[in-house]
Structures are given as C-alpha cells and as structure tokens.
Design a protein around this ligand. Sequence first.
Ligand code: SF4
Ligand code: SF4
Length: 242
Amino acid sequence: MTTTGASQTDAHYKAPGVAGYADVPLEAKERLFGQVKADPRFSDYLYGCYECGICVAACPSARFYDFSPRRIAQAAAREDVELIYQQMQEDIWECSQCFSCLRCPRGNNPGGIITIMREVAVSNGLASAREALTGYSRIIYKIMSTGTQVSPDMLQQDAFPDWGPETADVSANLDLWRRALPPETLHTTTTGWAVSDKTLIELYLIWLHTGSLDMIAEVDASLHAILQELMEERLEDEGIEL
Ligand code: SF4
Ligand code: SF4
C-alpha cells in the first residue's frame, strides 16, 4: 500500500507516520493494534484503500475537525502502529459514528474500524478514552441500568448541570428535539424507559457474559462496580446464578 500527499478533500491533512507518544514502548502500541486486528469484524471492515477521498468528502466530522477517515483506513492497512496509536489517543474521538463513510468504493468501513479502535482504547483505559467518557458516566449508568436510551426529557440542566449552559437551550426546545426524533419511545423518560423485566434480565446477562460491562472497568472503576453490583443483585433476585 502506498501513500500520497493530501487530496483536495482532505482539508486538514496530517502527515502519515508522525511519531508521537515516543515515551510509549513500541511493544505496547503493537499490542493494542494486535487487539484491533484480532477483532472478528476487522477483516470485514478493511479491504485496502484507493485513496480516493470519497469517505472524507462524505464525513461530517472531517468538515469540522482535523480528522480524516481515509487516514484511519490507510494507517490500518499499512499497519502503522505508531500512527494508529496516535489516532487512538486523538483522532478516533472526533468520529460521530454516522457511517456515511460506508459509501467507500473499496468496501471499507472506516467508521467500523474506529468503533473497534475505540473499544480497544476503552478496555485498555487509554487516557483519551477516559477523557472522552468524562461527563458520560450518568449516561452509561442510565443506559446500562435501565436497558434503554437517554431521552430528550433528560436533557435538563437539573439532570446534567455539568453539561454547561447549552443544556438550557436544548431544554427550552424539547418540542423541536421530539420532532427530530420521531419514534414516540424516544420522547419521554416514561415511555422511553419502559423496558420489560425479561428484556432487562437478558441485557444484564449479555453485558456480563460478553465482557461489555468489564470494558468500562479501566476508564471508570467506581461506575463499573456500581453497575456490576446492581446487575448481580437483580439476577440473584431472579434466581439466576452467574
Ligand atoms: S462514521 Fe465517523 S469516519 Fe465515518 S463518516 Fe461518520 S464521522 Fe466520518
Ligand atoms: S473511500 Fe475507501 S478507498 Fe476511498 S479513501 Fe476512503 S477508505 Fe480509501
């Protein structure tokens, strides 16, 4: 795989192979990329790169940040562990996970590669993952304890005072948010959080058995402990032995 300079669509091009994080041993970077590559989804998400820049043109994050899905795909294809480590500490958190980059003519899924890189960053407790998830503890708690999503009704200043003044604007325009999120179940905390006991138990079992819950242990140990206790107690009440 060869690399070239910036395409016209790659507005904020960062030279590939820029070696940052020199204090981190190469073995550690190789170990992390090894985990990315070992993910069973990886081979479905990367088939090489034409360097056409179509993914960059389609990517909303590339318009606003120094970010490029092409750089992600190329670094992964070249197995450039130095650049991949840098991307795991910086770039991957700029992705909005919209998957517009799926229009890649080569069949790549840069957003999917980023999903795997994020999961590896979280499960290894990288500084970037801890920073990116700061402020989301209560979101994770709500999702993993209730088994469902955060609804617009939660976007209130008294619920999230640490989210800053923008929350007031969101709160003042809840009708608009509801129109933007047509499914009725997303409108209120009442209907949005109505998850059946059977579904919740299944979700708890999935999160415990697949290691999904353990992924957050390295980034937020106390949240992990709270959720683990909550899930195990509930399963115990149901007579389910772990
Ligand atoms: S999934 Fe990420 S990389 Fe792909 S288009 Fe969306 S923001 Fe860009
Ligand atoms: S669209 Fe696909 S082939 Fe083109 S630059 Fe992006 S990842 Fe490479």
